[in-house]
Design a binder for this molecule. Structure first.
Ligand code: 9WN
Length: 439
């Protein structure tokens, strides 16, 4: 699953188009997801971008990850945004003067010399670092790339499995809907209902300067995002000893943690450290994922609400992502593939895998994480299918993703039925992961 080769494909036009997006979005030290809508460095975007960038420049891909990890907090968290001080404050909301990390995050170890957000995103980074290394092991060894990132990646996973194990069951919890990277997934609807939204006039949504309102989260969603982030900030970004009104265990985040923990074992071995503790932790996380989030009735993984304690009965693509976990029990792999091909997601039948159950009443083919198909989740599923020997299904998904990516101008997301572009264009990870699928 970690090193499986991709079959060769050649499409020079698509390759050039994807490379053009990555060059255009490069700032000199990292890559923005989009010049207009997202003009800073985002955490999981950078990991996916590095995975594509490694095919253009191994050096640049290393730099992408090093820049992000350079903004790590002393408690181990890797912030979800690293702000570019040259970008005007009103270009993106919430801006650095909202998060105030260097001041309000000081107790949690936020860096004093740069501004970041105070929340996190899914841990794709160790996987990305390993794949970047594999692209050019000589260049990697020459720059001591893995020895330089290993300690930071380990501290990042220690944070997620330590202070962020808020449920005490061995999984990492998210404290904000921005953390799993799927902002307005219907999975958060019920837990968010408990949150009193911030007053509408207390902030300005810069996203609506660039994105169509019908393709973005609602104002009510934003009010709740702002309330949660404000309260977390005002508590000094403390995880322990605080009541968290929104706390969820998400199968996508934890699946990525597991695959990254396996990658960390390989990184450890390459740098002369002991891989065994990482393999052991990956094993413990896998057992906890199955025990706490598997739903036999749904044939997929669900989120667990740590406030109410119950599984959340919403079927999002995050619940299929554990397909990328090496060593997932065979019967669960079979069930996940069946569910992916079933009426909820129609893998192999429609061009792209939707972000949310097609048969659910609140499915919306255009609105962000409530139905549209995204290329990062598609890439993960493709890799999972291939790693578990489902070569035919993986080849078909890869083909339809590449066709869609070229036709939609490397859109942020697409309508899963028609592959028509939604969201912003020239989007970083769409281009990067297309390049990776072409490699
Ligand atoms: C909030 C950058 C990010 C992605 C997320 C996606 C979106 C931000 C936003 O954009 O979230 O972090 O402003 O909506 O949901 O997955 O990392 O591309």
């Amino acid at each position: 699953l970690l090193d499986s080769p991709m079959p060769a494909a050649d499409d020079p036009v698509l390759r050039r188009g994807a490379a053009r997006v990555l060059y255009a979005n490069w700032t000199g030290t990292s890559t923005v997801p989009s010049r207009g809508l997202y003009p800073h460095q985002w955490s999981w975007d950078s990991a996916f971008i590095a995975i594509g960038l490694r095919h253009l420049s191994a050096r640049r891909a290393q730099r992408e990850l090093e820049t992000l990890l350079g903004a790590q907090w002393a408690d181990g968290r890797v912030p979800h945004i690293v702000f570019n001080p040259a970008v005007p404050l009103d270009a993106y909301f919430p801006s650095p003067d909202f998060w105030r990390s260097s001041r309000d995050g000081a107790a949690a170890g936020a860096p004093a010399d740069r501004e970041t957000s105070g929340i996190v995103q899914p841990p794709v980074h160790a996987l990305a670092a390993w794949l970047v290394h594999l692209a050019d092991p000589e260049a990697s060894r020459r720059r001591n790339f893995l020895p330089r990132v290993y300690g930071r990646l380990k501290a990042w996973h220690d944070y997620l499995t330590g202070p962020r194990d808020l449920g005490g069951g061995g999984l990492a919890a998210i404290l904000h809907p921005w953390e799993p990277g799927m902002d307005n997934s219907p999975c958060w609807d019920a837990p968010l209902r408990r949150i009193e939204p911030a007053a509408a006039g207390s902030y300005r949504r810069a996203d609506l300067d660039h994105g169509a309102a019908a393709e973005r989260p609602t104002d009510l969603d934003y009010g709740r995002y702002v309330r949660l982030a404000t309260d977390y900030r005002d508590g000094g970004y403390a995880d322990a000893g605080t009541r968290h009104p929104f706390a969820v265990e998400d199968p996508g985040v934890n699946a990525l943690l597991i695959v990254s923990e396996h990658a960390l074992a390989r990184i450890a071995a390459e740098t002369g450290a002991d891989p065994a503790p990482h393999e052991e932790r990956a094993g413990r996380l896998t057992a906890a994922l199955v025990e706490r989030l598997w739903s036999p009735d749904d044939g997929m993984f669900l989120c667990r609400d740590l406030v109410g304690g119950e599984l959340i009965a919403e079927r999002s693509v995050a619940g299929l992502l554990p397909l990328i976990v090496p060593g997932l029990p065979r019967d669960l792999v079979d069930a996940l593939v069946r569910t992916a091909a079933g009426p909820g997601f129609r893998l192999g039948e429609i061009p792209m895998v939707p972000s949310y159950d097609l048969t659910a009443p609140v499915f919306d083919a255009s609105r962000y994480w409530r139905g549209p198909a995204w290329f990062n989740t598609g890439w993960l599923l493709e890799r999972g299918l291939r790693g578990h020997g489902r070569t035919g299904a993986a080849d078909r998904l890869r083909g339809s993703m590449l066709t869609a990516a070229g036709a939609c101008g490397f859109a942020e997301y697409v309508d899963p039925f028609t592959a028509q572009a939604r969201g912003t264009r020239d989007f970083g990870w769409t281009a990067a992961l297309s390049l990776d699928l072409l490699a």
